[in-house]
Design a protein around this ligand. Structure first.
Ligand SMILES: [Zn+2]
Ligand SMILES: [Zn+2]
Length: 191
């Protein structure tokens, strides 16, 4: 156990006696995770094994599971976004801050404990979705009148054409096999 240290902090003195294993819940508050635009639901689950690594460093392997609350980029509804991260982190006293790369971190060997939250924040930032949508078919808002197109139709699309199709038209070369042809008037949903 991690006696005397909060969750997510590895007792370095204890580690010198042998590998440390820990599993449990860790705080999900924004201060812990330094997240501005998304929130963590409840208490994430953390499980790890820490052992001596090369160069008097530490290797920590484990799994982190959390549920994030993100906004659908089309309709801005909140949705829960589960993430599961299997990590393999190396802490090396000879690594300077500017030499850190993914999964490799510097550490102060004289410190009492090793903070896992900073590397976990970085791992988390890698799996945060760039463009979360509540479902693939989410229609979002009409860019012209602001109507929620999941709730109701507006007249803008049929009159003006959806400007998003213009972009696709430019991207898809004419006659490419399987390319969707968005020009048909009323066959969008097949019924
Ligand atoms: Zn949506
Ligand atoms: Zn509209």
């Amino acid at each position: 156990m991690n006696k005397g240290f909060p969750a997510g902090h590895i007792d370095l003195d204890r580690l010198r006696l042998g590998p440390v294993e820990w599993s449990g819940d860790v705080p999900g508050d924004p201060a812990t995770w330094g997240l501005e635009t998304l929130r963590v639901v409840g208490s994430p689950a953390l499980r790890y094994r820490a052992e001596a690594g090369g160069h008097d460093g530490v290797r920590v392997t484990g799994r982190f599971e959390a549920v994030l609350l993100v906004d659908c980029r089309r309709c801005v509804r909140e949705l829960e976004w589960p993430v599961e991260i299997d990590f393999d982190l190396r802490f090396d006293p000879s690594v300077e801050a500017w030499q850190e790369e993914q999964g490799v971190f510097g550490m102060d060997p004289d410190a009492a404990s090793l903070d896992l939250f900073r590397p976990l924040r970085e791992e988390l930032s890698l799996v945060i979705p760039d463009y979360p949508v509540c479902r693939d078919e989410c229609l979002g808002f009409c860019s012209r009148c602001g109507a929620d197109l999941n709730e109701s139709r507006c007249d803008c699309v049929s009159e003006q054409g959806d400007p998003r199709w213009d972009v696709l038209r430019d991207l898809v070369p004419d006659g490419q096999p399987g390319a969707a042809e968005p020009d048909g008037e009323d066959d969008g949903n097949g019924g």
